[in-house]
Design a protein around this ligand. Structure first.
Ligand SMILES: Cc1cc2nc3c(=O)[nH]c(=O)nc-3n(C[C@H](O)[C@H](O)[C@H](O)COP(=O)(O)O)c2cc1C
Length: 270
């Protein structure tokens, strides 16, 4: 398997697919993978690989997909975080098999997907994604969307990563062992490319915050899914780099601007 950093660097949302079903071996591999996805957040996430046609699954932004993957989770604290983390593990794995995907929160016929997922009243299905073979050329609609929301851009370090206090910029050269995990986190995908993640590094502790810019909907806070995705990039890269430790709720009580919510912390064990 390629290093996770290579996979993250190659990752890009795919909305335009070759018009062919998944090969049996890819389908079997994905089924096995989704059955075993785990997160550090102690909230089980249930995935299903769904055939588009029998379930009438479609999205106005997707071309050519024969299959979708969706995830559901109980409506409990940490549900969106766990879902984002687990779903990104799936998307990164798919890349390693030459498959493309894109998480969809808004651009889908939600009722149809929820029926196919048999979502119970105490559960939520934050996102679903097509999965298939990326087409050689993007649809015009996809290219226009990417331009409109500046999908190829990311916020610079100084705006999102801080040292000791919220708002004091952290330079990559001062981030020590966390430099690579944070850089790979910076490249994570997010709803409308809003990149709500903010981080304060303080010694062995990395504190994660959400700067919310999208309104909460009936679906809840989709930017918590973004936070889960970002944490998965951080966590997978630090694991590969041999940095031991784990996520612990440990709010340092720092002064933050309004609209900023403390999420969790990573404590690097020495
Ligand atoms: C939680 C989440 C929800 C998203 N919802 C949609 C969506 O409804 N429709 C869509 O076309 N793209 C959606 N996206 C894809 C983002 O627009 C995309 O990740 C972002 O523009 C960055 O582009 P990239 O993934 O190619 O780096 C979503 C992404 C995430 C993480």
């Amino acid at each position: 398997m390629p290093p996770i950093t290579d996979t993250i660097l190659r990752r890009v949302s795919v909305r335009t697919f070759e018009d062919r079903p998944l090969a049996d071996e890819d389908r079997a591999d994905l089924e096995a993978f989704i059955a075993g996805i785990e997160t550090p957040f102690d909230v089980p996430v249930t995935f299903r690989l769904l055939d588009a046609e029998p379930h009438s699954l479609k999205s106005p932004v997707i071309v050519g997909a024969h299959s979708y993957v969706a995830a559901k989770v109980a409506r409990v604290h940490g549900a969106d975080l766990a879902c984002g983390y687990a779903f990104e593990c799936f998307c990164l794995h798919a890349i390693e098999r030459g498959l493309g995907s894109v998480m969809l929160a808004a651009s889908l016929s939600r009722k149809t997907f929820e029926q196919a997922m048999e979502v119970a009243p105490n559960e939520v299905m934050p996102v679903a994604s097509p999965v298939g073979y990326p087409a050689a050329k993007r649809s015009l609609r996809e290219s226009m969307m990417r331009k409109a929301i500046k999908s190829d851009e990311r916020l610079p370090w100084e705006q999102i990563f801080f040292s000791g206090a919220y708002g004091t910029p952290l330079r990559p050269s001062d981030a020590g062992i966390f430099s690579q995990p944070l850089e790979m986190m910076r490249l994570a995908p997010s709803a409308a490319n809003r990149q709500p993640w903010r981080v304060v590094v303080d010694g062995d502790m990395v504190h994660f915050y959400e700067e919310r810019t999208l309104k909460e909907s009936a679906l809840g806070d989709i930017q918590k899914v973004d936070m889960g995705i970002a944490l998965s990039h951080f966590d997978l890269v630090r694991q590969e780099a041999g940095i031991t430790g784990g996520f612990v709720p440990s709010d340092p009580g720092l002064t933050t601007p309004s609209g900023v919510e403390y999420i969790t912390s990573f404590n690097a064990a020495r």
